[in-house]
Write a protein that binds this ligand. Structure first.
Ligand SMILES: *Cc1c(COP(=O)(O)O)cnc(C)c1O
Length: 378
């Protein structure tokens, strides 16, 4: 087929469907539980948890969140390019030489140490003309360990933060991050919130204009902070389970692909790289146009399930870069749609099931979906 005659429809091979109404429903659920007075910072890092930040914004923007959370400078700049005018907070520590661009784009950096605070101050200092207070957040480490000013050392760093504010920086927010809010036992998460709350209560200078927040999705739905006025949900918006049977998310993502070839093979036929699978009987194999190059985890070979012809079917053999084979029984032909994540009629392969089969978490499955898959709204 000449290129001009190749199908250009995005659904010719494999794609991700993003259910915008489900994102909105999940977001509304967080709002209901957290309370109407609590500001919502929608986490849209890693290209909207792999679903395509443009797509997820279509669902989230009409809901009017207070702001957005990203992990990197580029992600923040992309949001600005997409016309987001609400506050955009960058949550990972930035290299000092990125701070100027962060500030210039009006993005709000997270500060975890005094060196970064000083670097921010140097950006603020040489202002010619009217100085607008540069906003920043401080992260407080209450047990996550990867970033943040350590709570126990507040006596050393908090006065420096206050000094920076007097010198013209603006304390936009104060936050901590919970490490186990999705665990059955909420003891450690409660202890983190408790320590954070005690600090915020005790620190003069954290006024009601400062954004105070500690809850990810699980925290938003399962915990209450006495001082927080905002929450930062991510995965739950995108259909990820947060370990709370009372709040199952509505599934958002479906990963589907088309059958590109069907064959019937005699017993003893080997399949795929390494010939790790051999047919036991006469079998029908459907080759499907999706592989690890699309983000389908290779570890699902001989292990995962898909839905074909309305039934759950096994993935057989190793997953290749572009092709995955499923063993089918009934009526499956070329062009049929196979579902690797999501529902098809009565059958379901949930995000959690895929994550578990792959030995990982739903977050990694979603963010691993490659740019080869178009993100389609449903
Ligand atoms: C990713 C992230 C979140 C959101 O966490 P979920 O578990 O996806 O809800 C919140 N806060 C910070 C700092 C994060 O990095």
């Amino acid at each position: 087929m000449s290129p001009a005659h190749r199908p250009t429809h995005p659904r010719d091979r494999a794609w991700v469907e993003v259910d915008l109404a489900a994102i909105r429903r999940n977001l509304n659920r967080v709002r209901e539980v957290a309370g109407a007075h609590v500001k919502l910072v929608a986490m849209v890092k890693a290209d909207g948890y792999g679903l395509g930040v443009r797509r997820v914004l279509e669902a989230i923007r009409p809901a009017g969140p207070f702001g957005y959370g990203v992990a990197t400078l580029d992600e923040g700049l992309e949001l600005r390019q997409l016309g987001v005018s609400e506050p955009i907070m960058v949550y990972t520590p930035l290299p000092h030489d990125s701070l100027a661009r962060c500030v210039a784009a009006g993005l709000i950096p997270a500060v975890s140490d005094l060196d970064t605070l000083a670097a921010l101050h140097r950006i603020a200092a040489p202002a010619s003309g009217p100085r607008t207070a540069i906003p920043f957040q401080i992260e407080i480490d209450t047990g996550m360990g990867r970033a943040g000013f350590h709570l126990d050392e507040a006596a050393t760093w908090w006065p420096e933060v206050e000094r920076a504010v007097r010198a013209g920086l603006r304390l936009f927010g104060v936050f901590t991050h919970l490490h186990s809010a999705d665990h059955p036992d909420l003891g450690s998460a409660r202890a983190q919130v408790e320590r954070f709350d005690r600090f915020v209560r005790g620190a003069a200078g954290i006024g009601s204009d400062v954004l105070v927040h500690c809850a990810n999705s699980a925290g938003s739905l399962r915990l209450v902070s006495r001082t927080a006025n905002a929450v930062r949900p991510g995965i739950y918006l995108y259909g990820g389970d947060i370990g709370d049977p009372a709040n199952p998310p509505r599934p958002v993502a479906a990963v589907r692909a088309r059958v590109v070839l069907v064959r019937e093979v005699p017993p003893g036929t080997t399949l795929g790289y390494g010939a790790t699978y051999t047919s036991r009987d006469t079998e029908r194999w459907a080759a499907v146009g999706i592989g690890y190059g699309d983000g389908l985890p290779r570890v699902l070979g001989n292990r995962g399930r898909a839905i074909a012809g309305g039934h759950r079917v096994p993935i057989v053999g190793r997953i290749s870069m572009d092709t995955t084979v499923v063993r089918v029984t009934g009526d499956v032909s070329v062009g049929d749609i196979v579902t690797f994540v999501g529902r098809d009629g009565e059958a379901e392969v949930s995000l959690e099931e895929v994550a578990e089969s792959a030995g990982t978490i739903g977050y990694e499955i979603l963010t691993g979906l490659s740019s080869r898959l178009p993100r389609i709204r449903t």
